[in-house]
Design a protein around this ligand. Structure first.
Ligand SMILES: O=C(O)CCC(=O)Nc1cc2ccccc2cn1
Ligand SMILES: [Mn+2]
Length: 261
C-alpha cells in the first residue's frame, strides 16, 4: 500500500519546493510513481475539501465523460461504459475566484512540476510546458469505481498524472483505493485516497490503474501535464478533432511568471 511504501521511500521532512521536487523526481525515476502526504497544513486541506463539497452541492458535477465526449445517458451504445466509470466531474482552469484554496493547490502542484523540470533530468527526459485543466471528480459511493485503464495509452501528449485526494477519515471498509498494476501483477500498489495526499505517476502504460468500488463519497482533483514534444506530434496527427476539456492546454510559463513576481 502507499502507506507501506512510505516506509521504504520516506518523504523529505523539509517541505520546501526543492526538497520535494528532488524527492518526486527520484521516486518517479525509481518506481514510476510518488506519494506525498500532508501536502498542505491540515486547515488548508480542509478548506480545499470544503470548496469541493460546495461545488458538489451546487450541482455542477456532470457524468464522467466517455471517449467521444458524450455522457453515458446521451450515448446509448456507450451505456455499457457507464459501468466502467462511476465518477461525476467538473473542470477548473486554476484562476477561479470562487475556489481560492483549490487554486492554491493547482499553483503548488504547478510549482512542484516546474521545480522538478529545473532539476537535471528531473522529469525523466520529458519537457513539460503545459498542463490540462484540473478535473474535480466525485464517486457517489454506490459501489462504482473506474475500470482498469491507462491514462495515455497512445501518445496524446500527457506524460504525468497528478492526483490530490480529499477523503477525510477514510478507512479500509469503504473501499475506493486506487490499484496501480505492476508488471506480472507482482506487488501492485494500492493507494489509499486519504485527505491531503498527493499522488504522481507517469500517464503511459507504466501505470495501468483502476479505482476499486467505493462505498463513500470519494473526492479527488486530477491534473495532467503535457510533454511538449509528444504534444506537438499528437497535434500534428490531428488527434484533437473534438477539443474536450481534457485536451485544453495551459502554459506553465504564466504560472512561473506569477510565482516569481
Ligand atoms: O481517482 C483516482 O484515484 C483515479 C481515477 C482515474 O483514473 N481517473 C481518470 C479520469 C479520466 C477522465 C478522462 C480521461 C481519462 C481519465 C483517466 N483516469
Ligand atoms: Mn486514470
Amino acid at each position: 500500500s502507499a502507506t507501506k511504501l512510505r516506509e521504504h521511500f520516506p518523504q523529505p521532512l523539509k517541505k520546501d519546493l526543492k526538497s520535494r521536487a528532488e524527492f518526486i523526481s527520484r521516486s518517479l525515476k525509481e518506481i514510476h510513481l510518488c506519494v506525498i502526504d500532508e501536502l498542505f497544513e491540515h486547515d488548508i486541506a480542509l478548506k480545499i475539501l470544503a470548496e469541493v463539497k460546495e461545488l458538489h452541492s451546487s450541482g455542477i458535477f456532470q457524468d464522467g465523460l466517455l471517449s467521444g465526449g458524450k455522457t453515458a445517458s446521451e450515448d446509448e451504445e456507450k451505456f455499457t461504459e457507464k459501468k466502467i466509470r462511476g465518477d461525476k466531474i467538473t473542470w477548473l482552469e486554476g484562476n477561479e475566484i470562487h475556489v481560492p484554496s483549490i487554486v492554491k493547490l493547482i499553483e503548488l502542484v504547478d510549482s512542484l512540476v516546474i521545480s522538478c523540470g529545473e532539476l537535471p533530468d528531473g522529469l525523466n527526459g520529458y519537457f513539460v510546458e503545459g498542463r490540462s485543466k484540473a478535473m474535480v471528480a466525485c464517486y457517489p459511493g454506490n459501489g462504482t469505481g473506474y475500470k482498469r485503464h491507462v491514462d495515455n495509452p497512445d501518445g496524446d501528449g500527457r506524460c504525468l498524472t497528478v492526483i490530490y485526494y480529499l477523503n477525510q477519515g477514510w478507512g479500509e471498509d469503504v473501499g475506493g483505493k486506487l490499484k496501480i498494476y505492476r508488471p506480472d501483477d507482482s506487488n501492485n500498489i494500492h493507494v489509499e485516497p486519504v485527505l491531503n495526499r498527493l499522488l504522481l505517476f507517469w500517464s503511459d502504460g507504466r501505470n495501468p490503474h483502476e479505482v476499486l468500488p467505493a462505498y463513500f463519497t470519494r473526492y479527488a482533483i486530477t491534473i495532467w501535464y503535457f510533454d511538449a514534444e509528444q504534444r506537438r506530434r499528437a497535434k500534428q496527427l490531428h488527434k484533437f478533432e473534438t477539443m474536450r476539456d481534457l485536451d485544453v492546454e495551459f502554459a506553465l510559463s504564466d504560472v512561473e511568471a506569477k510565482r516569481k513576481e
